[in-house]
Write a protein of this length. Structure first.
Length: 242
């Protein structure tokens, strides 16, 4: 069956993917397919993960994080589009300096505002460090008088990180099993089930295989989520929702 990088899916996307995967399997007579025991374990892991995820979302700090994440995303996107506009400036010097800063941002990958929480925090910190310590970049920031934008991005990122650590501590104290560890358990059940279907399909000696239909349906689902991941990587500055 088609592969997907599960670790790249955000929690909400991951949960929806495995639930959709489960729904498709349940519609294809799992008993007849000989996968009921593996499916039961997969179902249990998904149920546990969903309960844990809903509990995390209910946290007051989670709502604060969502607002702070949007705030820093707006700063990143605002700077990006400002610089992009200046690449069309009639003054060559401003064009070059805008491109210089955009090239520096591109070093950290496309779509900074679409990275997961921890990755975005680290990326913004690296970006700020570059803009402070590299003379040509610092000069470009001064030329465009971007200090207020930069300060806003820094403040939002620092506040986000502080709140994220507080929520992690609170969540860890309240829940011995974190969403991350539960995702790992769900991954294991997912791969076990997927490999079981693949193996049974390969063992069919006389076509047509009774697994062809369900495999095609699961592949179609996986392809949809792979497109989502590809678009995330190429759509540079569409704001993220985690």
């Amino acid at each position: 069956m088609n592969a997907i990088e599960l670790k790249l899916l955000r929690n909400a996307e991951y949960l929806q993917y495995v639930k959709d995967y489960l729904a498709i399997l349940n519609l294809n007579n799992p008993v007849q397919l000989g996968i009921e025991s593996k499916l039961t374990d997969f179902t249990t892991r998904i149920t546990e993960l969903e309960a844990l995820y809903k509990k995390a979302l209910a946290s007051e700090k989670t709502q604060v994080l969502l607002a702070l994440d949007e705030r820093r995303d707006n700063a990143v996107n605002g700077i990006y589009y400002f610089l992009l506009g200046n690449t069309y400036h009639f003054e060559t010097d401003r064009q070059q300096k805008a491109q210089l800063l955009l090239s520096n941002m591109a070093l950290y990958g496309s779509g900074i505002s679409r990275l997961n929480y921890q990755a975005e925090t680290a990326t913004i910190n690296n970006l700020l460090r570059d803009w402070e310590n590299k003379p040509e970049l610092a000069d470009a920031i001064t030329t465009f008088d971007l200090s207020t934008w930069v300060n806003e991005m820094r403040a939002a990122n620092e506040e986000f990180n502080a709140q994220y650590l507080l929520r992690t501590q609170e969540y860890g104290d309240a829940n011995p099993e974190t969403v991350k560890s539960k995702r790992e358990e769900t991954n294991l059940a997912y791969y076990t089930l997927r490999n079981r279907i693949d193996a049974l399909h390969l063992l069919v000696e006389t076509p047509p295989s009774p697994y062809t239909t369900v495999i095609n349906q699961l592949n179609a689902l996986t392809d949809q989520y792979n497109v989502l991941l590809v678009n995330r990587g190429t759509d540079q500055q569409t704001p993220q929702t985690t």
